[in-house]
Write a new protein. Structure first.
Length: 209
């Protein structure tokens, strides 16, 4: 009898426990599903935000690239505009030179136009390289050869064929120069030949006296 009661009690408890387990599973599953949906929604929002950010970045990149192209395209507009008056003055000078009888006035006009042109270059950061009398520097000077002279220190620039120019801190063109070197001492044969030439000259002078 007692065993029968125990079995009946177990039969009543087991369905109750099973029912509680099912209820707990449903609650946990519902919570996990809700969290998963929330995270999935957050992921979608982040993905959309990332796509918008990438699109904005791509548009900005294209805009900057276009602005850069336009800036490069029109970078020389200002300097070209400043050179137009120089062209005008050259044309006026040419017309005036055809009627001028004084060459000095023509030269004066040309010098004025050249001065105007150099001033424009200076304002843009272009300046000539001072080479004459300076130590030869291969970074700024192009050697065309050597000149024997005592007037300029050896290894210094003795003469300049073509000016060099700098643009701010960059070399536009090296100066084409000749470098000074000490004159070679005359050989004994040359000295002897010169002395022999001087003797007849002195004798001719005495004879004429």
């Amino acid at each position: 009898m007692a065993e029968t009661n125990i079995k009946e009690g177990q039969q009543r408890v087991e369905p109750a426990v099973e029912s509680m387990d099912n209820a707990a599973f449903v609650v946990v599953s519902s919570r996990l599903l809700s969290e998963w949906k929330q995270k999935a929604q957050q992921t979608d929002e982040m993905h959309e935000k990332l796509l918008r950010t990438l699109a904005d970045w791509d548009n900005a990149r294209k805009r900057i690239s276009k602005e850069k192209e336009e800036a490069i395209k029109h970078a020389n507009t200002q300097i070209l505009q400043s050179l137009l008056p120089v062209i005008d003055n050259f044309e006026i000078g040419i017309q005036s030179s055809q009627k001028a009888s004084d060459i000095n006035s023509v030269l004066t006009g040309i010098k004025m136009v050249l001065s105007q042109f150099l001033q424009i270059l200076k304002e843009e950061g272009v300046e000539p390289i001072e080479a004459l009398g300076k130590p030869f520097d291969p970074h700024f000077h192009e050697s065309l050869g050597f000149v024997e002279t005592d007037e300029v220190e050896e290894g210094h620039v003795a003469s300049q064929l073509r000016k060099g120019y700098m643009y701010k801190d960059r070399l536009l063109r090296a100066a084409a120069v000749y470098v000074a070197k000490k004159p070679m001492a005359p050989s004994k044969e040359a000295v002897s030949s010169e002395s022999k030439e001087e003797v007849p000259a002195q004798e001719e002078k005495k004879a004429s006296d």
